[in-house]
Ligand binder design. Structure first.
Ligand code: BES
Ligand code: ZN
Ligand code: MN
Length: 510
C-alpha cells in the first residue's frame, strides 16, 4: 500500500472511496466533511441524524454510505475522531487505521482522505499527515507470507505482506500545504514500514527466523556498517554467559553490531541492545508446552533494534551516532547445553551461577551490554528484551516495563512512547532487590526469589553490567511485543513494539 498527496477537491477525486471524519457529538458536519455533504445534497448529514444511535463519532467508529453516482467515488467512509478536546496523536493514528480497516472490509483498492485533525490539538499539517500515514500503514498490515503456495509469489518480502488495498491519497485543498503533507508522509513511511518489518520477523517462525537470518538481514541494510562476532569470537572475548546459552544449540550464534554515523558531527552517541533469542525452549529448565508455543517471539527486542537502525539509515538526517547490538542465539536443551547450577564468568569478570537455564535473556544481554559499553562508550544505553513473564503478569499487553539508572532518560522514553502510541510503565530497581542476586557459590545467581518482583529482578541483574554513571534504561517488552486481540493500528500477532518509541525518542517527535 502507498500513501500519496495531491492538491484538489476531495469530492471530485477519483477513488473507490472518500474518507471524511466527524468529532464525537457533532451533528452538523463542517470543514471538508461538510463540503462532501453539500456535494451529496445533504445525504451525509441526514444519514448521520437518522443513525445517531449507531454512529456517534467515537474514536475508531466507521460508517459507510453509498454515493449513488453523486461523487466519482462509490462510497463515503465517515470515521469517528473521538472528542475534539481529547485530540491527541493516538486519535489521529487510530482513526486513520480504522478507516483503512473499513476499506479492507469493502475490498476496495483506493481511497481519498481528508487530512484528519490538522491544526487541532497542536498538530500541524506535517504531524497530521505523518500520523494519518502511520495509522494507515500500521492498520493495513497482515502477515501472509507463509500462507499457501499459490500466494507466495504475490507476497512481498519487503516488510509489508501482500496488500489488497493499494493507494491512499491525501487530498489537500491548499497547494501551499502540500510540501508539509509530503514531508509527513515520507517520515511516516519509514516509521511504519520498519515497524511492519519488525512485525514480519516476530510473526515468522523460528525455523525461518534463525540467528543467521537476523545476521543476514542486518548485513544487507544500506547506509549502516555491520560487524558480526561469531561463536569463536564470543568465546574468545570472554563472554562466558552468552557462550553458555549459545553452546546448547545447532544454530550458530552471533553478536551483531550495526552502526549509523551522521554526515556531520554527532551530537550524541546512543547504543541500543536487543535480545535476539530466536527460540526460547527454556533449555534444560524446559518450558511447559503452552508457555513454549509462542517463544519464536523472543527476538522481538532484536527486531525492534534492527528495524530502528534501518529506519535511521533510511531517513539519514539524525545528528546522532546510533549503535545497535544484537546478541542472537537459540535457547535449547541438548547434550551440549548448560545445566542448572553451571557457573560461568561473564565478560566483565563477574561469575554467575545459572540455576535456571530459562533466564537466558539476561545471560546473553549482560555480555552484550559490557561489549556495547566497551566498544562505544555511549551517552545513553538502552536495552530491549522480552525478558520476563512477570512483566506480562504485572502490566499485561498494554505496556512494557521500564527501569534504569537515569530518571531523565526514562522520562524521555516514556514521553516518546506516549506520542508514538506505546506505553512504558516504570518499575523500581530498589536496593532491597539486590538480595535476589545472592548466590552461595558465585558472585550472582541468574534467577532469584521466585514469585517476587520478577521484572525488577531481571533489571537488577542487568544493572550489575552497566558502568557507574551510565545513563541506562532497560525496557522489558515481554507483554506488548505480541498481542492476541486486534487494535486498529496494531493487528494481532507480533506488534513491532518499541520501533515507534525508539524513533520518536531519537527524533524527539511529538
Ligand atoms: N522469554 C522469556 C520471557 C517471556 C515470557 C517472554 C512470556 C514473553 C512471554 C524469558 O526468557 C523467560 O523464560 N523468563 C523467565 C525468567 C525466570 C526463569 C527467572 C520467566 O519469566 O519465567
Ligand atoms: Zn527468553
Ligand atoms: Mn527463557
Amino acid at each position: 500500500m502507498q500513501v500519496q498527496a495531491v492538491q484538489g477537491d476531495i469530492a471530485q477525486f477519483k477513488a473507490d472511496a472518500v474518507i471524511v471524519n466527524l468529532f464525537e457529538g457533532v451533528t452538523k458536519p463542517g470543514g471538508g466533511t461538510g463540503a462532501v455533504d453539500q456535494v451529496l445534497g445533504g445525504i451525509l448529514s441526514q444519514e448521520l441524524q437518522a443513525n445517531a444511535k449507531a454512529f456517534k463519532g467515537k474514536l475508531g467508529e466507521t460508517w459507510v454510505l453509498p454515493t449513488y453516482g453523486k461523487l466519482p467515488a462509490r462510497f463515503v467512509i465517515i470515521v469517528g475522531l473521538g472528542k475534539q478536546e481529547e485530540m491527541k496523536a493516538l486519535q489521529l493514528r487510530r482513526a486513520s487505521a480504522a478507516a483503512i480497516r473499513a476499506c479492507q472490509k469493502l475490498k476496495i483498492k483506493s481511497a481519498a482522505t481528508l487530512l484528519h485533525g490538522a491544526g487541532i490539538g497542536g498538530y500541524d499539517t506535517e504531524a497530521a499527515a505523518r500520523l494519518l500515514t502511520e495509522g494507515a500503514l500500521l492498520g493495513n498490515y497482515k502477515f501472509t507470507k507463509r500462507k499457501g503456495a499459490k500466494t507466495t509469489e504475490e507476497n512481498t518480502d519487503n516488510g509489508n505482506s501482500k496488500d489488497e488495498f493499494e493507494t491512499l491519497t491525501i487530498v489537500e485543498q491548499s497547494g501551499d500545504k502540500l510540501p508539509a503533507v509530503e514531508a509527513g508522509i515520507r517520515f511516516a513511511n519509514v516509521i511504519a514500514q520498519n515497524t511492519n518489518l519488525a512485525r514480519d520477523w516476530v510473526n515468522d517462525s523460528a525455523n525461518h527466523v534463525t540467528p543467521s537470518f537476523l545476521k543476514a538481514q542486518a548485513e544487507q541494510i544500506p547506509g549502516l556498517s555491520c560487524t558480526v562476532l561469531d561463536f569463536a569470537q564470543i568465546k574468545q572475548l570472554g563472554m562466558g554467559a552468552f557462550e553458555l546459552v549459545a553452546q546448547g544449540t545447532e544454530q550458530p550464534a552471533y553478536l551483531i553490531h550495526l552502526t549509523y554515523k551522521p554526515q556531520g558531527e554527532a551530537k550524541k552517541k546512543i547504543a541500543l541492545v536487543g535480545k535476539g533469542v530466536t527460540f526460547d525452549s527454556g533449555g534444560l529448565s524446559l518450558k511447559p508446552a503452552a508457555s513454549m508455543e509462542l517463544m519464536k517471539m523472543d527476538m522481538a527486542g532484536a527486531a525492534a533494534v534492527i528495524a530502528t537502525l534501518k529506519a535511521v539509515a533510511e531517513l539519514d538526517n539524525l545528528p546522532v551516532e546510533v549503535h545497535g547490538f544484537v546478541p542472537t542465539c537459540e535457547n535449547m536443551p541438548s547434550g551440549r547445553s548448560s545445566k542448572p547450577g553451571d557457573i560461568v564468568t561473564a565478560m566483565n569478570g563477574k561469575t554467575i551461577e545459572v540455576n535456571n537455564t530459562d533466564a537466558e535473556g539476561r545471560l546473553i544481554l549482560c555480555d552484550a551490554l559490557t561489549y556495547a559499553q566497551k566498544e562505544t562508550n555511549p551517552d545513553e544505553l538502552l536495552d530491549l528484551a522480552t525478558l520476563t513473564g512477570a512483566c506480562v503478569v504485572a502490566l499485561g499487553k498494554a505496556a512494557g516495563g521500564i527501569m534504569g539508572t537515569c530518571d531523565d532518560l526514562i522520562d524521555r522514553i516514556r514521553k516518546a512512547g506516549e506520542n508514538a502510541g506505546e506505553k512504558h510503565w516504570p518499575l523500581p530497581l530498589y536496593d532491597e532487590y539486590k538480595a535476589f542476586l545472592k548466590s552461595d557459590v558465585a558472585d550472582m545467581i541468574n534467577s532469584g526469589a521466585k514469585g517476587e518482583a520478577g521484572s525488577s529482578a531481571g533489571g537488577m541483574f542487568l544493572k550489575e553490567f552497566v558502568d557507574k554513571n551510565r545513563a541506562w534504561a532497560h525496557m522489558d517488552i515481554a507483554g506488548p511485543a505480541w498481542i492476541s486481540a486486534d487494535a486498529p493500528e496494531v493487528p494481532k500477532g507480533g506488534t513491532g513494539f518499541a520501533v515507534r518509541t525508539l524513533l520518536y525518542y531519537l527524533y524527539n517527535l511529538a
